[in-house]
Design a protein around this ligand. Sequence first.
Ligand code: BYC
Length: 325
Amino acid sequence: MSAPVDVAADELERGFEATLAAQRRIEPRDWMPEGYRATLVRQIAQHAHSEIIGMQPEGDWLLAAPSLRRKAVLLAKVQDEAGHGMYLYAAAETLGVDRDDLTDRLVEGRQKYSSIFNYPTLTYADVGVIGWLVDGAAICNQVPLCRSSYGPYARAMVRICKEESFHQRQGYELLLTMMRGTDEQRAMVQDAVDRWWWPSLMMFGPPDTDSPNTARSMAWGIKRHTNDELRQRFVDMTVPQAEFLGVTLPDPELSLDPATGHHRFGAIDWDEFRRVLAGGGPCNAERITRRRAARDDGAWVREAAAAHAAKHGAAHAAKQTGRTA
Ligand code: BYC
């Protein structure tokens, strides 16, 4: 009796695989395996949470930025991160989840956000280094996601990447300005580079040999490159930029391998990475406490906005059916 159901399930699976094989996009109304949907929800939610939590370290410098121009640039950047979070939550919602529920999962520690945002921004040079290294790493990781197999995610990434590119440039320009300044400013930049370099390399995730999700995500076209491939691309891209800037990357083993054209680099401290993921980074508790407070303090705004939308939605519907509101 179950044969027709199995045949239908097989056909759906074949249709899904054929769409992937033809490099076409999976769209929200298409059939998809539960594992594909769950993987996308996990990755997109983690990404959205990272954008929103990522507003905190730089947001700390909004009131202390050294000029009106620097303040305006930083404000625009932090607002962009909020926008990225919103596009990504909207993309996740096309998979049948609710953004309030995702936020609850974040503040209850049931979903992750990027390890990088658990480090403090100790000086203003950190703002520049985040733009250069953190947004630079984000671009390396995210440009291939514009070709991700899930339509709403891929389309959100196009706009996000354009904005990340501006973010990277504003960081680099800030650092170039500081490097042309005083010895004290140059020392601040070097100190920030020393603190952010290794955490930036960790952003790409565990080594391929220790990445439980990569193989499946690549087979589904969600990810297009492995963690190690993207990390290598980032190192190769960043070394000449560091030279031009006049800073030293804190890795004595960093050297160009003439045989491959790639830079070799030293061992990453994966114990530190695991510690940060488990909640033991310098700012984990602070980041989540603040996010929880923002969720709770903002509840009345969301309720008012929903009530307003419901009222106007009802008036609009009444007009459409020819009745007066
Ligand atoms: N931090 O099997 P793996 C940004 C987790 S940029 C925390 O390799 P996957 C921004 C991973 O989730 C930052 N967790 O996983 C920039 C998994 O845990 P679960 C956000 C990490 O998914 C500037 C486990 O470790 N970018 O937003 O195949 C300013 C095993 O890993 C990390 C994105 O999210 C990490 N660094 O690959 C403001 C990009 N790395 O869930 C904002 C989209 C790994 O199995 N995401 N984990 O318990 C991706 O490309 C992939 O999800 C990753 C990880 C490459 C990050």
